[in-house]
Design a protein around this ligand. Structure first.
Ligand code: UFG
Length: 342
């Protein structure tokens, strides 16, 4: 056994894939998740994939008494990976206080408990949203952050600032923030994947639901951008590759290989892909036609962004591995599985 890792949000989309990868390399995992955007059945699925059932505690991190009692009971935690957060951009515009309360208080409570119970290492889920529309592409970690477009995006900026300030004030605590680009796909077993609530906001779940017949038509939000085919460009990263970046970051903190108390890394493929290119790749990989039409631009969308991953490649020794096609096929296999189309 390599050590015990607390994964908050461990039954969510990226969290569940990370729990699997941690267990695959011998870490013991304890999950805290309030199931606000996931189900307890994910723990069964993780157990089916890995043969190991992670310990699971269903509560919300805003509850400091419960969190403190959890740390009191659970000895030997070597590091925390903090995924638990609200993440819907549009909802955050309508309910900013709920986003600030949940996303910020959860981190503050975690740090208070980590300090009290002598747990020193934190990996944090950040996002390329902190860069806004960058002036230069690809985006490096030196690219300045921009004022956030949404309360959700602002919680990522504020949480990064809290980590920066707290690791300065408390030298025992060390942290790595991973700035994700666009995570897509599912575990190759099709036992875990993304489970959007209601109508998906994100592109790939909308694509797979349209191909599965749950949605009539996909809208491509804009074909008049300053890009080769006019549709927006993103850096779509396979969720299992992304999960593995967390395992490497945990190893770096636990082995004390980090060069400063707070490090951050872009996690993407380094390749920009347009919405129309992604649709083509999906049809090629799966043989499924997707009914779509060109619609107007979506408010708040960034025109193009993709990562410079040199720092993650060289310093973490992490590289993305999966192709776009295999990743889209995994998303389709997951959609078929949950819709019982096999
Ligand atoms: N898109 C469509 N039709 C859809 C959905 C999306 O054309 O039905 C397009 C969007 O316009 C965008 C691309 O597909 O060009 C990707 O959109 P997503 O909603 O999947 O992802 P975003 O890049 O907009 O948002 C993601 C995360 C956010 C995060 C943001 C950071 O979902 O949490 O990246 O840039 F804040």
């Amino acid at each position: 056994m390599k050590g015990k890792i607390l994964v908050t949000g461990g039954t969510g989309y990226i969290g569940s894939h990370t729990v699997v990868e941690l267990q695959n390399v011998g870490f013991e995992v304890v999950i805290i998740d309030d199931l606000s955007n996931s189900t307890a059945g994910v723990v069964d699925q993780i157990a089916q994939i890995t043969g190991i059932r992670p310990e699971f505690h269903p509560f919300n991190l805003q509850n400091l008494d419960l969190l403190d009692a959890f740390f009191e009971q659970t000895k030997g935690i070597g590091a925390v990976i903090h995924f638990a957060a609200f993440k819907a951009v549009g909802e955050s515009v309508k309910k900013p206080l709920s986003y600030y309360r949940n996303n910020i208080l959860s981190l503050v409570n975690l740090f208070e408990c980590m300090d009290k119970h002598r747990v020193n290492n934190l990996v944090f889920s950040s996002s390329c949203t902190v860069y806004g529309q960058p002036a230069q592409l690809p985006v490096t970690e030196q690219t300045p952050r921009k004022e956030a477009e949404s309360p959700y995006g602002n919680t990522k900026i504020v949480c990064e600032d809290i980590i920066r300030d707290y690791t300065k004030a408390n030298p025992r605590i060390q942290s790595i923030a991973l700035r994700y680009f666009n995570p897509i796909g599912a575990h190759p077993s099709a036992l875990i994947g993304e489970l959007p609530n209601g109508i998906p906001n994100n592109l790939v779940p909308f694509v797979t639901q349209t191909a599965a017949g749950l949605r009539e038509q996909l809208q491509v939000f804009g074909n008049d951008y300053d890009t080769p085919d006019g549709s927006c460009i993103r850096d779509y990263i396979n969720v299992v590759d992304l999960a593995k970046a967390h395992v490497v970051a945990i190893g770096r903190l636990m082995d004390k290989k980090n060069e400063s108390a707070f490090e951050f890394f872009n996690v993407g493929t380094g390749k920009g892909v347009s919405v129309l290119e992604l649709l083509n790749a999906f049809e090629k990989a799966t043989g499924q036609k997707v009914n779509y039409r060109i619609a107007g631009r979506r408010a708040g969308d960034i025109e193009k962004i993709y990562a410079d991953t040199t720092k993650a490649n060289q310093v973490l020794g992490w590289h993305s591995a999966a192709s776009l096609e295999e990743t889209l096929l995994s998303a389709w296999n997951w959609e078929k599985k949950i819709r019982k189309m096999d």
